[in-house]
Write a protein that binds this ligand. Structure first.
Ligand code: NDP
Length: 316
């Protein structure tokens, strides 16, 4: 019988593991290869420079930071297994967590930290130039030298796209916001801010067909198509930011927990409690607003504290 099983291994999962380990609960964290081949460590494993996480004055890389998070939790007795959780049965306690095809573990509590996955258009050139001009996180990657003083492309029309476009104006010479319709989905205030911004050009009724580039320079431009006329044209840029939304990795819990209309796990206000006693959620699988490593780590800490107090109450 495990005290707590942590599912997921980004900053939220690793921080929950650290706090649970320091509470002497010997947590076990199933960290991996759970989602679309994503490496254990979550979305940060696809990021290069991380310069906005306090405590790293010179910056670090996503993979390096996750290795350090993991090592810190392991130092206090957290256990990690690079295995895939395939089912969770919370109909009675202890909970049953299936790992792989047939290994079933019992746990008093579960912390869900399965994160979210950025959506991409799905064109091959996105993969070809990943981290060489292609990104899905302006906040993570926007400030690197390659994007400074050059035109950049942001795809999408929602709040994320608009926010990313506005953020990128700090570095870019011009940001081209490419949207497939003639109206932004983003909230009015945000949309107006983007439309009025002198450094943002909105490319209406336009889709990106191909990202152009080469081995040496990475991304050098995009080929776009006007959805009304079918006309194609090329636009020079050094960066392509895909901002068409995120998909929370909550499929395992669809029939179990309350999810919002976008699939994010609902937690009780100001806590990590889900609707099932003993099941806690943290990080990007329950946060569609901030989605930063620092906020994910903070909510991982909250989940471990909530879980520890809940276990103490149960055992009292
Ligand atoms: P949304 O789902 O709101 O927007 C996605 C955008 O991407 C839409 O404009 C959509 O176009 C476009 N899109 C989707 N698929 C494709 C595709 N295959 N090709 C081209 N374009 C595509 O996602 P967001 O991440 O922007 O927002 C998610 C939620 O988070 C929203 O509720 C949002 O309000 C919230 N949020 C809030 C923020 C804040 O308050 N500061 C910041 C960021 C997000 P179309 O419009 O045609 O469907």
């Amino acid at each position: 019988m495990e005290n707590v099983i942590i599912i997921g291994s980004g900053p939220a999962g690793f921080t929950a593991a650290l706090y649970a380990a320091r509470a002497d609960l010997s947590p076990i964290c199933f960290e991996g290869d759970i989602y679309q081949g994503m490496l254990p460590g979550g979305q940060l494993m696809t990021t290069t420079e991380v310069e906005n996480y306090p405590g790293y004055p010179e910056g670090t890389t996503g993979p390096q930071m996750m290795e350090e998070f993991r090592a810190q939790a392991a130092r206090f007795g957290a256990r990690f297994e690079n295995k895939k959780v395939t089912a969770v049965d919370t109909s009675s306690r202890p909970f049953k967590v299936t790992v792989g095809s047939d290994e079933v573990l019992e746990a008093k509590a579960i912390i869900i930290a399965t994160g979210a996955t950025a959506k991409y258009l799905g064109i091959e050139s996105e993969q070809t130039f990943m981290n060489r001009g292609v990104s899905a996180c302006a906040t993570c990657d926007g400030a690197v030298p390659r994007f400074r003083g050059t035109p950049l492309v942001v795809v999408g029309g929602g709040d994320t796209a608009v926010e990313e476009a506005i953020f990128l104006t700090k570095f870019a010479s011009q940001v081209h916001l490419v949207h497939r319709r003639d109206q932004l989905r983003a909230s009015k205030v945000m949309a107006n801010r983007a439309i009025k911004h002198e450094k943002i050009t909105t490319e209406w009724n336009t889709v990106v067909e191909e990202i152009l580039g080469n081995d040496q320079d990475g991304v050098t431009g995009v080929r776009m198509k006007d959805t009304q006329t079918g006309e194609t044209r090329e636009l020079a840029c050094s960066g392509y930011f895909c901002a068409i939304g995120h998909r929370p990795n909550s499929e395992l819990f669809e029939d179990v927990l309350d999810l919002d209309e976008n699939g994010y796990i609902k937690t009780l206000p100001d806590s990590s409690y889900t609707r099932i006693d003993g099941v806690f959620a943290c990080g990007d699988v329950q946060d569609h607003v901030y989605r930063q490593a620092i906020t994910a780590a903070g909510s991982g800490c909250m989940a471990a504290i909530d879980m520890t107090r809940w276990l103490e109450e149960q055992e009292a």
